[in-house]
Design a protein. Structure first.
Length: 75
């Protein structure tokens, strides 16, 4: 008789740049401020935010930070 084991979904893996953007969002920085701090275009920041939303499975930008904290074990 085979036992059934429930497997948790794999934890999302974030790139270092995604982590930098998430940490900046956590500090309350705007898109323009993040862009200036990281030396990238605001459009690129928005692209990273879209990628973070998809990777973390959240529908809104404002939910990135709580999901990131949860992923990092800092909920």
């Amino acid at each position: 008789m085979a036992s059934e084991v429930e497997h948790a979904p794999p934890r999302p893996v974030l790139s270092e740049r995604q982590r930098q953007v998430a940490r900046a969002l956590e500090r309350g920085l705007s898109t323009a401020e993040i862009a200036a701090e990281l030396g990238i275009a605001p459009r690129t920041v928005r692209a990273h935010c879209d990628s973070l939303r998809r990777t973390l499975g959240v529908p809104k930008r404002r939910l990135i930070v709580p999901a990131f904290r949860d992923l990092e074990g800092r909920a």
